[in-house]
Ligand binder design. Structure first.
Ligand code: DHB
Ligand code: FE
Length: 281
C-alpha cells in the first residue's frame, strides 16, 4: 500500500482532536449564570433556524447524523476553528492597539525547536516551495524595541500540509521558536507556504460539498509572539494577491496582516519584513 499524500479526516482531524485535548484544560470553573445565558441563547438561535426554515424530520435526522460524524472524524477542532474562531478572536482582541490578531487554528504544537534570533526552519532535503526570508522587529506600543521576545512560528508546506497532522512529514518540519536579538530583531528562513484545503473526506468537507462552498484558506504563516509584561499575540500573515485572500473559508484575513514579499536581495526566492507590536499586559 502506498501512503496517501492528501490530508484525511482520519489523520488531520484525529490528531487535531488529540492535540487539543492534551493542551487545553476543561472549563470546570465556568460560572452558572454565564453558562445559562450563553447556552440558552445558543439553543434559542438554533430553534429560530428550525422555525425560519421549517426544518423537516428528514433534515433534522441528517443534522443529527452529521453532528455525530464530525465527532467520529475527530473534526470538531477543524470545524470550529474554521467557522467560529474568528469571532472569538475579534472579541478577545477588540481592545488591542498593537499587531492585529488572527485565529490560531487546529495545528499549533507547543515545544518547537529553538533557534536564536536568526535560523532556518527544520525542512526536508529539497523542501518544495520558493525560499522566503521573513524578518522584522518586535516593539512595544510605545515604540521601544523588545529584545529576548519569543517568536513561535509554524506553517504548512508547499502542499498545504502541517507536520504532526498530515502523515509522512518529519515531526518539527516548518516549525520553530526564535528569540529576538538585543535590537528586537528576528530573521526566519523558510519557504512560501501553499493555500490550505480543509480535508474533503470528513464531515466538514461533506457539509462544504453539500452546501456548494469552497474548502480553501489562503497561504499563511502562523505566529505567536510573547514577552514578559506584554500580552501574547496569536496571528497569521497572508500574501498579497494570493489565492483565497479575498474569500478565506475561515474569515480570518485582515488587511493589516497581508504581506507583499519582494525578490530576495541575494537572488534566492523572496523576502518580506513584518514588525510586531505588543500590547502591555
Ligand atoms: C484550519 C486550518 C488552518 O491551517 C488554519 O490556519 C485554521 C483552521 C482548519 O482546518 O480548521
Ligand atoms: Fe493554518
Amino acid at each position: 500500500m502506498t501512503e496517501v499524500a492528501s490530508p484525511t479526516a482520519a489523520d488531520s482531524g484525529a490528531s487535531a482532536t488529540k492535540t487539543f485535548q492534551e493542551r487545553v484544560k476543561s472549563g470546570a470553573t465556568a460560572d452558572a449564570a454565564r453558562v445559562n445565558a450563553i447556552a440558552s441563547d445558543a439553543l434559542a438561535a438554533l430553534r429560530e433556524v428550525v422555525r425560519k426554515h421549517e426544518l423537516t424530520y428528514d433534515e433534522y435526522n441528517v443534522f443529527k447524523a452529521w453532528l455525530i460524524q464530525v465527532g467520529a472524524d475527530g473534526e470538531w477542532p477543524l470545524f470550529l476553528d474554521v467557522f467560529i474562531e474568528h469571532e472569538v478572536e475579534q472579541v478577545a482582541n477588540a481592545n488591542r492597539r498593537g499587531t492585529a490578531g488572527s485565529i490560531e487554528g487546529p495545528y499549533y504544537v507547543e515545544g518547537a525547536p529553538e533557534f536564536g534570533s536568526e535560523g532556518t526552519l527544520p525542512m526536508r532535503d529539497g523542501e518544495a516551495g520558493r525560499p522566503l526570508r521573513f524578518f522584522g522587529q518586535v516593539r512595544s506600543v510605545t515604540g521601544e524595541p523588545l529584545p529576548g521576545v519569543e517568536v513561535d512560528f509554524w506553517q504548512a508546506d508547499d502542499s498545504g500540509l502541517y507536520s504532526q497532522f498530515a502523515p509522512g512529514i518529519p515531526e518539527w518540519n516548518l516549525r520553530g521558536r526564535f528569540t529576538t536579538d538585543p535590537e528586537g530583531n528576528y530573521t526566519i528562513h523558510t519557504i512560501h507556504p501553499a493555500p490550505y484545503q480543509i480535508p474533503t473526506d470528513g464531515a466538514t468537507g461533506a457539509l462544504i460539498t453539500a452546501a456548494g462552498w469552497h474548502a480553501w484558506r489562503p497561504a499563511h504563516l502562523h505566529i505567536k509572539v510573547s514577552a514578559p509584561g506584554h500580552q501574547l499575540i496569536t496571528t497569521q500573515l497572508y500574501f498579497t494577491g494570493g489565492e483565497h485572500v479575498e474569500d478565506d473559508i475561515a474569515s480570518a484575513v485582515k488587511d493589516a496582516l497581508i504581506l507583499a514579499p519582494k525578490p530576495a536581495e541575494d537572488g534566492s526566492g523572496e523576502q518580506v519584513r513584518y514588525d510586531f507590536v505588543l500590547d502591555p499586559a
